[in-house]
Design a protein around this ligand. Structure first.
Ligand SMILES: Nc1ncnc2c1ncn2[C@@H]1O[C@H](COP(=O)(O)OP(=O)(O)OP(=O)(O)O)[C@@H](O)[C@H]1O
Ligand SMILES: [Mg+2]
Length: 414
């Protein structure tokens, strides 16, 4: 633009100079003509010829000048039109393109894409500076946004951990509550059992002795059979009393280093007649190695109860009961598995409660007593069962227990 203006200025000056030159030329000629006309010795014919020539020259010069000026004007107008056209095309493209990019950038950022950057506007102009500042601002926004996301993620993780901890604590509290309820119930049963035990146990012993004498003197087989049946019931009552007393006032534990496979073997021998009578096959697998500190009789009591429960749950002539010992992670694991009726999900919580039984003749004391015995070994007894498919009871007893722990348990249960 500046160059074009300089060219136009130069041409104007040159044009003015040319006009000036022509004017001066005409002025010179006019003064010569004037002198000739005013001189007394002038020859009018030659003067007139000279004057005509001069006028013709002046007309030519002015005509040339006018032509020249006209061409000059055309060039200037043409250049102005060309320049104007170029500006009309280039100016909007130069301005709107960056603005469009800025608009696109703001719209993309509005949608949440903070990683977007304006490109292709690098340079030194105001638009480039604006684009640069916009990109810097986006970088700041993106950093803040990422920090916020990280913070949000951390808060979420914290909340999840907190929820897990609360759930764990709630579960632990619920278990403790259940344990307390169980302990309280056992204490009440214990008090009740000890009172009635003294009231009933002695007469019951007297009745047993009397019935045995009567059976010896029975006059007929029928009488003998009847007395035997009554004796069975009296012994069953005696057994219930014994179990009740054991649950509430357990005897001192008698821990000894025992081969767990031996306890299992002995228990299986005792229940095998019951299994055979029902047509249930009984499998044993001894995988545990080394002796464990156990109360032989009490562990046998637990195993007999688990095995009888398993046999009872199976269909006559069809069922299979398996018992297995293993050493897992420094602990003795005994598993009693059956393919019997299974336990309904709604009932599974109740089976370790005293007096819960689904059997006609069951007292519902077998599992609560078993649980108490295993806990006295610092172990645990768990169940997994599916209705219609069978059940699995697992006993876990650590091989090495701290002596104080054992002493406390022994004293506590004494
Ligand atoms: N293997 C099993 N399969 C199905 N149900 C079982 C099994 N073991 C236990 N149960 C259920 O748990 C109840 C409680 O068992 P628990 O041994 O405490 O008492 P019981 O066997 O009924 O009577 P008790 O053992 O005092 O003679 C059973 O009556 C039975 O309903
Ligand atoms: Mg039982």
């Amino acid at each position: 633009m500046l160059t074009l203006m300089l060219i136009a200025g130069g041409l104007s000056l040159y044009n003015a100079h040319k006009l000036n030159e022509a004017a001066e030329n005409l002025e010179g000629r006019y003064s010569t003509l004037y002198k000739l006309f005013t001189s007394p010795s002038s020859d009018l014919d030659s003067e007139a010829g000279f004057g005509k020539e001069m006028v013709e020259q002046a007309v030519t010069i002015v005509g040339e000048q006018v032509k020249y000026n006209y061409t000059f004007l055309l060039v200037i107008v043409g250049a102005a039109l060309l320049f104007g056209g170029m500006i009309a095309v280039l100016f909007p493209w130069k301005i709107t393109r960056p603005v469009e990019r800025l608009v696109k950038a703001t719209q993309t950022v509005k949608k949440g894409d903070y990683s977007y950057r304006i490109t292709g506007l690098e340079g030194t102009g105001e638009i480039s500076t604006l684009a640069g500042s916009f990109n810097d601002m986006l970088s700041n926004i993106e950093d803040t946004h990422n920090s916020n996301l990280e913070l949000l993620e951390q808060t979420k993780r914290f909340n999840e951990t907190l929820r897990e901890k609360i759930d764990e604590a709630t579960l632990a509290i619920r278990e403790q509550q259940n344990e307390l309820i169980r302990a309280e119930r056992l204490a009440i049963i214990g008090e009740f059992a000890t009172r009635i035990a003294h009231e009933i146990k002695n007469p019951l012993s007297g009745i047993t002795v009397a019935l045995e004498i009567m059976r010896g003197k029975a006059g007929s087989e029928e009488q003998e059979h009847s007395i035997t049946e009554v004796l069975k019931e009296v012994r069953r009552l005696d057994g219930i009393l014994r179990d009740l007393l054991q649950l509430s006032v357990p005897k001192k534990m008698d821990f000894r280093e025992i081969d767990p496979n031996e306890v299992v073997e002995r228990s299986v021998i005792l229940v095998r007649p019951r299994a055979e009578k029902k047509g249930v096959s009984l499998n044993v697998r001894h995988g545990a190695s080394g002796p464990c500190r156990l109360d032989y009789e009490k562990c046998q009591q637990v195993l007999i109860n688990l095995l009888i429960n398993a046999i009872d749950s199976t269909e006559p002539g069809k069922g299979t009961v398996s018992v297995e010992t293993e050493t897992v992670d420094g602990a003795l694991r005994i598993t009693v598995q059956d393919d019997g009726s299974g336990i309904p999900q709604s009932e599974i919580e109740k089976i370790f409660e005293p007096f819960y039984s689904s059997k006609k003749q069951g007292t519902g004391l077998g599992l609560p007593i078993s649980k108490k015995i295993i806990e006295s070994h610092s172990g645990e007894i768990t169940v997994s069962s599916e209705e219609g498919k069978g059940s699995q009871f697992t006993v876990i007893i650590p091989y090495t227990r701290r002596d104080e722990e054992l002493t406390a348990k022994e004293t506590g249960s004494a």
